[in-house]
Design a protein around this ligand. Structure first.
Ligand code: ATP
Length: 601
């Protein structure tokens, strides 16, 4: 194996067995020897003794974490087995870099967090065993892995429904003793109850408890009964709406009085929600508005759905309303509030504006997005939706956004060329990953820009608000001046792929922003148009940010990045590269940069 692979494997071992000395004679894991020729413990190689094929380290009392990114540097790895140790932490998305993996055995450890959706990219996987751990969240949909023979996930804390599996191909399947719910899919007679027991919310064959009939079937059998019930429901709704309207008016009057008395002390968040509730009521009133109102009057509500997040376990809508909230900004698609909970946890609550999406579609969309996780994409930790109001909750990121880093008081001075390049490489990779995972559902980011790229505690870029807006024809920020979106919207397929190509356009503009240090739009100035015209006039070097020139950034690499940016903002969406293509090119520019730095050194 190459030096890089040896180094990565040693790092993997150091993280797996902190405090041990894996380089000692018995183990042999050190970079001055070869894992195949010098037979590192637990490693088996191919016949030519060139590539690591198996790593089997069972029952060795390891107490560290699994560094998937490092171990997957061994590109030919087919078997990874760490069963019956004390390994903790998460199985990260990088596991999908082990593209040749056929067997992954992680049972009998202390793993926690979600199983990454990226497992669905391991197309060669045959046996996946994650039983007897502390995994939680939904089981990802890995039905794309058509050759899967074993899926054992018993004795964890998985919740949600059982996703699609190709049961006809599976030899072993067990999800017993979790918190799964809903009806069991058709297992085609291949598995018995023992594969599903110990999930109080599961029902249907092969378990003995049948599932309750769907709500629709419960309604009266005769159409007459149905009409009578409908009448009652309508009267009930009208009454509820009238009461809600009265309560809201009263509250508003009281509130106005208080504001007049004390000045504007109420926090922005409550203010917003109260006013939205009353404006919604004016538009017609419905049950969910009533649920907001009932929160206001302290009756409680369960409308906030918390997805997987240890930070805000059990968070309620009331908690959000009661906590101090600060309006951070008002964008085109809504407002953002910083909410500080009693526990000290700070959240970013996005209140989406004017999105014509039904409740069911919104919920479905959020849950689909939640299935595809990437460390550089901010996970939605909770959401709330009524028919006209959508709130989405993220962790608040204290380090601000890429926009602030570039255009804030330091004016990009703290953001050197190397960091800009690696940030773009990460963003492009993350977007390519999301596009691949969500292609089938047609969910692109929809609003890619530097204020939606936040910096986490480790100053890693995190893409926020993925999938929270749908590109429309009027959305000029995503369309080049002569863009052909308008013509293409007649075809839904085109529309979908255009949404992904609109993200590519957004990334192109982001690259230009990083290269030039200029604002995208400013008093009639348009960055894309300006760069294009500067290049036509052959002023290429003049477009680059002066701070990059001053630090001596490689002109060649800046031009390479500029070229890919221009491809991304091609006025015709079909001519733009795919996000994966962009990611590959940026990565190669980055590698080139790193090589040239090390050779200079
Ligand atoms: N999770 C977060 N943590 C910290 N700051 C955030 C977070 N999410 C967004 N912000 C910042 O809050 C501000 C307002 O965000 P918001 O999303 O409302 O506006 P926007 O991105 O400018 O517009 P748009 O509505 O088009 O997305 C921006 O400066 C953004 O960088």
């Amino acid at each position: 194996e190459t030096v890089q692979v040896r180094e990565a494997l040693v790092q993997f071992m150091e993280k797996l067995a902190p405090g041990n000395n894996p380089g000692d004679e018995n183990w042999g894991w050190n970079i001055s020897s070869d894992p195949c020729i010098d037979a590192w413990k637990g490693i088996s190689c191919d016949k030519s003794m060139q590539f690591v094929k198996k790593i089997v380290l069972d029952q060795l009392n390891f107490t560290g974490v699994l560094d998937a990114a490092s171990v997957c540097s061994a590109k030919n790895l087919a078997v990874l087995s760490l069963s019956n140790n004390n390994v903790s932490g998460m199985l990260t998305y990088d596991i999908s870099n082990c593209t040749r993996l056929t067997h992954l055995y992680l049972h009998g450890n202390n793993f926690s967090g979600n199983l990454p959706g990226s497992l669905s990219r391991l197309s060669n996987l045959k046996r996946l065993v994650v039983s007897d751990n502390g995994f939680s969240g939904g089981i990802p949909d890995i039905s794309r892995v058509s050759g899967l023979l074993t899926f054992l996930a018993q004795n964890n804390q998985f919740d949600g429904v059982i996703p699609k599996f190709e049961f006809s191909n599976l030899e072993e399947f067990n999800v017993s003793n979790n918190n799964l719910s809903g009806s069991i899919p058709d297992v085609e007679g291949r598995f018995n109850a023992s594969s599903f027991l110990g999930n109080p919310g599961l029902c249907g064959k092969p378990l003995p408890n049948t599932c309750p009939p769907p709500v629709a079937e419960k309604k009266g059998s005769s159409s007459k009964m149905y009409l009578i019930y409908l009448g009652y429901v309508l009267i009930g709704l009208i009454l509820v709406s009238l009461i809600a309207l009265k309560v809201i008016r009263k509250n508003k009057r009281k509130e106005k009085k208080e504001i007049a008395k004390k000045g504007l002390q109420t926090d922005a968040m409550k203010d917003k929600i109260i006013s939205s509730t009353s404006s919604e009521s004016k538009r017609g009133g419905n049950i969910s508005e009533y649920s907001i109102t009932s929160v206001e009057s302290g009756m409680g509500s369960s409308s906030l759905v918390v997805l997987s997040s240890p930070v805000v376990n059990g968070l309620k809508f009331e908690d959000l309303l009661r906590s101090p909230a600060e309006l951070i900004g008002r964008g085109r698609h809504g407002s953002l509030y910083k909410v500080t909970l009693n526990s000290g946890v700070t959240l970013a609550v996005k209140r989406i504006r004017d999105w014509d999406i039904s409740r069911d579609d919104f919920k479905k969309r959020v849950h689909i997005i939640d299935q595809v996780k990437h460390p550089n994409v901010m996970p939605i930790i909770a959401y709330y939706c009524s028919s006209q109001e959508q709130l989405v909750v993220y962790e608040f990121q204290q380090n601000g956004s890429l926009f602030r880093l570039l255009h804030g008081s330091e004016n990009g001075h703290l953001f050197d060329w190397g960091s800009r390049l690696s940030v773009t490489a990460r963003i492009a990779e993350a977007l390519a990953f999301m596009h691949e995972g969500l292609q089938g559902d047609g969910i692109a980011h929809g609003n890619l820009k530097s204020s939606n790229i936040l910096l986490n505690n480790g100053m890693e870029p995190c893409i926020s608000e993925y999938g929270l807006s749908v590109v429309n024809n009027q959305d000029s920020s995503f369309l080049a001046p002569n863009d052909s979106f308008q013509e293409n919207t007649s075809s839904p397929v085109n529309n979908m792929s255009n949404a992904f190509k609109a993200d590519v356009y957004g990334l192109g503009i982001l690259l230009l922003e990083l290269l030039t240090g200029k604002l995208v739009q400013n008093n009639g100035f348009d960055l894309g148009l300006w760069v294009n015209s500067a290049i036509r006039e052959e002023w290429t070097v003049e477009v680059f940010d002066k701070t990059l020139i001053a630090e001596g950034a490689s002109e060649e690499r800046m031009v390479n990045l500029l070229q890919i940016a221009l491809k991304c903002i091609n006025s015709s969406p079909e001519e733009r590269p795919s996000m994966r293509e962009v990611s590959v090119i940026i990565n190669s520019i980055k590698e080139y940069e790193e090589k040239s730095l090390s050779s200079e050194a």
